[in-house]
Design a protein around this ligand. Structure first.
Ligand code: GDP
Ligand code: FO1
Ligand code: CA
Length: 318
């Protein structure tokens, strides 16, 4: 069986730990299509937070508390940059992490597409799945917000890391998405999939930028494989992160039904065949979509792989 997962960073990486475990049990292959909207160039280095969260987590090297970056990290480069007053001082690059960005940026500068660069980085980390960026083209999430008395578009990282998302926020713009093509391998993976899972990632800034690539959205929504999503909202709250702020900005209720409705049913404008919600949200309805309630807390790999088994069952491929 071939499983494709649309995913963001920290939440998606935890989900993928369960997908990989379940896939090993049933002899399935996994391809993750990862958001690149968070990507940013800082100090001349290309940083891909969601790709790196997935790679480090599946490679056993992620910091479990922060969720992003490397375990056992040191911060000498960050301190030295700050002593030069080198902006942005609000964004921290760990020393170990910096080696990843150096290798990536060197390869990108030499002309390799991000998909090939990601494969090269994965040679070291052996995530046990195929990792593909959603696109090899430039796609960045920018946020229209009021900062210091002025309405402007800032990079998603500035909105989140510098302002903690705590500024009047009007909209998210996926710069470059319209012209972006799916990365090498993405359309083939989706067309050859037996099932597409939408990870319990942030729907607005992790999944939406993936689906903003026109041919990618089309391939998923009109493709042969059943599509099942997993709710990132449990009992009206995101377990961690900024999904509540993001959903409020786009005018969607912070609930399992709200997010399911945002993705929408296949056939209409949406893409879902099935929607998995937590047991506390049993009864949540998304018109046109089969829903099922199971525990959705990703407390450990076993609990997470049970979620995945339920998602595969809902898709009718278990
Ligand atoms: P990011 O890119 O690092 O922000 O990570 P993702 O977008 O992949 O995932 C973030 C989302 O994961 C958060 O908004 C939470 O709603 C969701 N999340 C985190 N932990 C859990 C969990 O245990 N269960 C579920 N269902 N969702 C979770
Ligand atoms: N998050 C922070 O809160 N502060 C940081 O200084 C920071 C640096 C950073 C560097 C590399 C990287 O891959 C991720 C980093 N993150 C940092 C996490 C990141 O801002 C977000 O959590 C994700 O983009 C949301 O998915
Ligand atoms: Ca993200």
């Amino acid at each position: 069986m071939r499983i494709v997962v649309l995913t963001g960073g920290i939440g998606g990486a935890r989900f993928l730990m369960g997908v990989r475990a379940q896939a090993r049990r049933i002899g399935a292959e996994v391809t993750a299509v990862v958001n690149v909207g968070d990507d940013v160039r800082m100090h001349g280095l290309q940083i891909c937070p969601d790709l790196d969260s997935v790679m480090y987590t599946l490679g056993g090297a992620a910091d479990p508390e922060r969720g992003w970056g490397r375990v056992g990290e040191s911060w000498v480069v960050k301190e030295e940059l700050a002593k030069y007053g080198a902006e942005p001082t609000w964004f921290g690059l760990g020393d170990k992490d910096t080696a990843t960005h150096l290798v990536r940026t060197t390869m990108l500068n030499a002309g390799f597409p991000l998909s090939q660069v990601t494969a090269a980085l994965c040679d070291r980390w052996q995530p046990g799945i195929t990792m593909l960026p959603a696109t090899d083209d430039r796609l960045e999430t920018h946020v229209v917000a009021d900062v210091e008395g002025e309405r402007k578009a800032i990079h998603f990282q500035e909105w989140w890391v510098r302002y903690r998302g705590d500024v009047p926020t009007h909209r998210f713009v996926f710069v470059g998405a319209e012209a972006a093509k799916p990365a090498a391998g993405v359309l083939e993976a989706v067309a050859g999939a037996d099932v597409v899972l939408v990870a319990p990632s942030n729907p607005v800034v992790s999944i939406a930028p993936i689906l903003a690539v026109p041919q990618l959205r089309e391939a998923v929504a009109d493709g042969p494989a059943p599509v099942v999503g997993v709710s990132p909202i449990i009992g009206g709250a995101p377990v961690r992160g900024m999904a509540d702020r993001c959903l409020a900005t786009v005018g969607v209720e912070v609930s399992a039904a709200g997010v399911g409705g945002l993705y929408g049913p296949r056939g209409g404008d949406g893409l879902l065949d099935g929607w998995l919600v937590d047991t506390v949200d049993a009864g949540a309805e998304v018109p046109g979509v089969r829903t099922r309630a199971v525990p959705l807390w990703m407390t450990d790999e076993e609990a997470t792989s049970a979620m995945v088994a339920a998602a595969l069952e809902l898709a009718g491929v278990a």
